[in-house]
Design a binder for this molecule. Structure first.
Ligand code: V47
Length: 355
């Protein structure tokens, strides 16, 4: 039987309570149909991807979030910080790079000047690629170590080459969860304030949700409504990326199992339904696996990220997907799912349609 709430969304936005009811009780395929309908109104039968490269410049972190498998202490033998020569080398020999995605950790030994030189190095090595760099948690950390305001930090980074920002550091906007898992990290107020500031300076950004750990369904819905309200104010978000928690190599590896494909697909669909003011929803293949993200395109996603080459954060936590994917393989993956692949730049300008 068709859920009356699914009929209602066609006419007006759902309330928080109604969205929760849908998330908890709607039939999976009803959710998929509605999410896919919204996706078609936004981007037709197109699915976007890009040619990108991840630079994870350091894994030494003072935040020590309990859900993170990537961070190291300074004296751990596998702790690292990339030199600028290493960064340059990593960026050589990649053809047609459209985006360099830079995220690291809150390394107390690095001076703010490191980040400026890092951006300048990347810009020089790949002048045509968009630099998508630093989560709001990193921006806040840079402000603390440099005694500059968030605005001054963003101005200096922008002048050095930063063009867009990734959506990380959001985790789940719940004080209950923050206190338990990432008490040293910024909460919703600061995260929202930094993204709003970036948007006001012409820096577009993404938003994420980390799900599948100790959060409740109510907290997921609350997170999505907070993002919807923020987007209504700033209109600066490009894309929403739900990130599946990977428990391996964290304190949760024996207690929490990776969420099922069904739950991942439900999160994608409910995100597409609630975030009606976001143009794009990403089925991040690294985190979901290529086959689940392919199905995710039928649950409202219209973006599949990119070639990546090479991802570290989810692989530290046990992701079994490859750490990069060839352009042709992504094209085939999207085509096999029944959609038209579109190669995009970081701002979703269409560079090549693969009919
Ligand atoms: O904020 C940490 C997450 C994020 C784990 O903007 C974990 O397009 C799963 O921001 N299991 C950083 N996730 C990654 C990020 C990102 C990734 C892809 C695309 C975009 C985008 C942004 O990684 C962190 C945190 O939420 N994370 N530990 C873990 N064990």
């Amino acid at each position: 039987m068709k859920n009356v709430l699914l009929e209602k969304i066609e006419k007006e936005p759902l309330s928080h309570k109604e969205a929760l009811e849908l998330f908890q009780n709607a039939d999976l395929l009803d959710l998929a149909l509605m999410a896919k309908k919204i996706k078609f109104l936004k981007s037709g039968n197109k699915v976007y991807f890009t040619i990108n490269k991840h630079i994870n410049y350091t894994n030494i972190c003072s935040s020590k979030c309990l859900m993170c498998a990537y961070y190291r202490n300074e004296d751990d033998k596998d702790a690292y910080t990339m030199s600028f020569e290493q960064v340059e080398k990593e960026l050589s020999n990649i053809e047609d790079l459209h985006e360099v995605h830079i995220v690291g950790a809150l390394n107390p030994k690095l001076d703010f000047s490191y980040y400026i030189t890092l951006l300048e190095t990347v810009k020089k090595a790949t002048p045509n690629a968009n630099i998508k760099a630093f989560t709001a948690a990193e921006i806040d950390f840079f402000s603390k170590i440099s005694s500059l305001s968030h605005k001054e930090v963003l101005e200096k980074l922008k002048a050095a080459g930063l063009q867009t920002m990734p959506g990380g550091g959001a985790e789940v906007f719940s004080e209950r969860v923050r206190k338990k898992l990432y008490p040293k990290k910024i909460g919703f107020e600061e995260w929202a304030q930094i993204h709003a500031l970036a948007h006001s300076m012409g820096i577009k950004s993404n938003a994420t949700l980390l799900f599948g750990h100790i959060e409740t369904k109510e907290e997921i819905i609350d997170h999505l409504f907070k993002l919807r309200n923020l987007q209504a104010q700033t209109k600066g978000f490009l894309c929403f990326v739900p990130l599946l928690f990977h428990p391996e190599n964290t304190i949760f590896e024996k207690h929490i199992q990776k969420q099922s494909a069904v739950f991942q697909l439900k999160v994608l669909a409910i995100s597409r339904i609630i975030l009606d003011n976001f143009d794009h929803i990403k089925a991040y293949w690294v985190m979901m696996s290529d086959s689940i993200s392919q199905v995710g395109l039928h649950f409202g996603a219209d973006d599949i990220d990119g070639t990546i080459e090479k991802e570290n954060i989810f692989h530290a936590a046990g992701a079994t997907s490859p750490s990069g994917m060839a352009r042709q393989k992504i094209v085939e993956m999207v085509k096999n799912a029944g959609f038209v692949p579109v190669e995009r730049d970081a701002l979703y300008n269409e560079l090549k349609v693969y009919p």
